[in-house]
Design a protein around this ligand. Sequence first.
Ligand code: SAH
Length: 346
Amino acid sequence: MEVKKKDIRALTKDQLREFFTTQGDKAFRGNQVYEWLWQKSAHSFEDMTNISLETRQMLKDNFVINHIKVDQMQRSTDGTIKNAVRLHDDLIVESVLIPTATRTTACVSSQVGCSLDCKFCATARLKRMRNLNPDEIYDQVVAIDNESRLYHNRPLSNIVFMGMGEPLMNYNNVLKAIDKITSPEGLGMSPKRIVVSTSGVPKMIKKMADDDVKFKLAVSLHSAIDEVRTSIMPFNTTFPLADLREALQYWYAKTKNRITYEYVIWDGINDKQKDVDALVDFCKFAPSKVNLIEYNPIDDGQFQQADSRAIDMYVKTLEANNITVTVRRSRGKDIDAACGQLANKS
Ligand code: SAH
């Protein structure tokens, strides 16, 4: 029976060094291979040209490199690119490159599908299959960095964990991926340019604060009234707003990092004065800002974006209370690449 080969990228640098010494080689060989795997994103052992043929063969006999494969790339008229990414077990996730005048942002997935059941999100209709490994998250970022250089003549500048899945339900792997992304031995990006977006898992928000993470936090709030939030984000019954609020207070006390609330205003759901008043209240306990995001319809017409009057009311009320608010336009809608549209359609 053939033994299943181990994914070489599951090894730490020290483990790789140790592997080479047990093979009677120099530990330094481990550093060279590690550099190929991470800094140079080698897809195969053949790429490792400063490693002898014999050693490459030995590595092939012992390990695999489970690199992701961009199966399909779609380009929007606004420059947005969506990748359908095939994993080693043939599951597919999507990631998106979003260019603006000054930056290129990668929107990456953290899980295959999602276990949450947000009524307005297309990914929610795919059941959660599994968590992504740290290297599968890292590879999405590398693929987008390459596309950014190729199509927009500049490296990737920002990363948002707003693709498929709930990052805080795959916390350890997301953290490991971010370590690699920010490490000089990986991509060397600043953690300040990374945003982790969560539906709000209180226990994990506190854990992040305890872990002293340096990236930014965004919370998909959509309503600051329990009853309303539960109707569109059913897990709010398990993690009600009072718990979320307490966790966010803890986060701010520890990190001094402002929180961003993502918020869509829907017709007849959260478009009244009482809704914005509740939001103002919710924003008061820790420094925060509100991103009003455009709704991207996901087929059945159950949700409609509120009209501009409702948006104006939100903006005015928030500003009158000294809360920073931005109104964000969607990108890549023509290729189903916008927030909440990732559903492996093709
Ligand atoms: N699970 C994480 C990250 C994925 S969703 C989270 O909930 O934050 C990324 C963002 O897209 C979230 O703010 C989410 O609320 C928003 N979103 C989901 N469906 C959407 C839709 N159809 N239109 C606009 N935004 C949507």
